[in-house]
Design a protein around this ligand. Structure first.
Ligand SMILES: NC(=O)c1ccc[n+]([C@@H]2O[C@H](COP(=O)([O-])OP(=O)(O)OC[C@H]3O[C@@H](n4cnc5c(N)ncnc54)[C@H](O)[C@@H]3O)[C@@H](O)[C@H]2O)c1
Length: 348
């Protein structure tokens, strides 16, 4: 098999995780180019990916015909522009979450990649965490019955970037929002995957700690109703003092699942169905590591999936349309926070 040649555009935090994952599948992909407008950042990444060449102009990278795939690890406002351009050059695209800042941008990205016949996958690493795939399997077997109530949380500290006027992160214009846009979109994608579509949302998104002008929310609580009728609560905080974490509680008519990324064994399952562990808490075996290991695992699984799709011409699990669906709910959440009203999903 010919080695696929990849380029990373954006050599910041996410670019680092992508580069690390690519190093683990050298039999399939070679990271040939790293591009960042800040040359120092590109060079820093090259220290661990010595074979890669450094560029500072993403258009130069896209114009190269020895590049097959691009990993777009840029600030949110650049995702659409660079995806559309990459599609014109026939590159397969793995674009970081959120897909973009607006639904119009999503449509342009989806249209451009379809027209060019290239893959567009949204890098929603949480959907590829083995623990969540296991939970999807447990739900599918009916072990906890019909889910009626869901609670989920993601949090950590972004106090430094929220306080830095030069950082694009959590700025309304470049980031499209704050904690809700940045991490809320992860949890929505996970809920769409596990439970299904959301039909309405209401909640709060507040800037409680940051004094920085132009920055959006650092804490939010949203409640949703799924098409199935189930209710859900999503809490996101960027002002947490302890390690980054995500958690999930699923309450069904026949059982309960509790999940926490920072537990050694991340899933606790209780089921009333007949069987050897009826009405007992069990901890199913699954490959997992608490922070920061779960990042390493989920990024690698996501990137392996992308290359499986490219090599074997499959449709990615997290498509442009899936990315757009998650973004739509995030935007409705902001609309609700602003208006104080429950908002219903329109584009079904
Ligand atoms: N999946 C995850 O868990 C996860 C974690 C972190 C970030 N992200 C996502 O990754 C993306 C990037 O976030 P980040 O935290 O890495 O940001 P970052 O600021 O650390 O990195 C972005 C990089 O892009 C570079 N850049 C900006 N404009 C450019 C241009 N025109 N051409 C080339 N390079 C340019 C910057 O110099 C910077 O190095 C965002 O979409 C973010 O939401 C995802």
């Amino acid at each position: 098999m010919t080695l696929i040649k990849a380029g990373i555009i954006g050599a910041g935090v996410a670019g680092g995780w992508h580069a690390l994952s690519l190093k683990k599948i050298p039999e399939k992909v070679q990271l040939a180019f790293i591009c960042d407008i800040d040359e120092k950042k590109g060079k820093r990444l090259k220290r661990t990916n010595k074979e890669a060449n450094i560029l500072t102009d993403y258009k130069e990278l896209l114009a190269r015909d020895d590049i097959d795939t691009v990993h777009i690890c840029l600030p949110h406002f650049l995702h659409a522009e660079v995806t559309v351009e990459a599609a014109k050059y026939g590159k397969h695209i793995l674009c970081e979450k959120p897909i973009a800042n607006t639904l119009e941008e999503c449509d342009k990205m989806i249209e451009a990649t379809k027209k060019a016949g290239v893959k567009l996958m949204i890098a929603e690493n949480q959907r590829f965490l083995p623990a969540l795939i296991k939970i999807k399997e447990i739900i599918g077997k009916g072990t906890i019955g019909d889910i009626k109530l869901v609670r989920t949380y993601e949090g950590g500290s972004e106090v430094a970037s929220m306080s830095d006027p030069n950082s694009w992160k959590c700025k309304w214009i470049e980031g499209g929002g704050g904690a809700w846009m940045d991490s809320g979109v992860h949890r929505i994608a996970v809920l769409n995957y596990l439970i299904g579509d959301i039909k309405s949302i209401s909640g709060h998104a507040e800037k409680l700690l940051s004094q920085c002008e132009g920055k959006a929310d650092d804490n939010c609580v949203m409640n949703v109703q799924f098409e199935s009728g189930a209710l859900g609560e999503i809490a996101i905080s960027f002002t947490v003092a302890s390690d980054w974490n995500c958690s999930l509680e699923l309450y069904g008519t026949k059982g309960t699942i509790l999940e926490n990324h920072n537990w050694e064994k991340p899933i606790k399952l209780y089921s009333t169905l007949p069987g050897p562990n009826r009405c007992e808490w069990v901890e199913p075996e699954v490959f997992h590591e608490p922070y920061p290991g779960y990042y390493r695992i989920s990024f690698l699984e996501e990137i392996k999936h992308f290359y499986d799709c490219v090599i074997n011409n499959k449709e990615p699990e997290m498509s442009g349309e899936d990315g757009k669906k998650a973004l739509e709910i995030v935007l409705l959440g902001y609309e609700s926070a602003k208006s104080g009203k429950r908002i219903y999903r329109k584009n079904k």
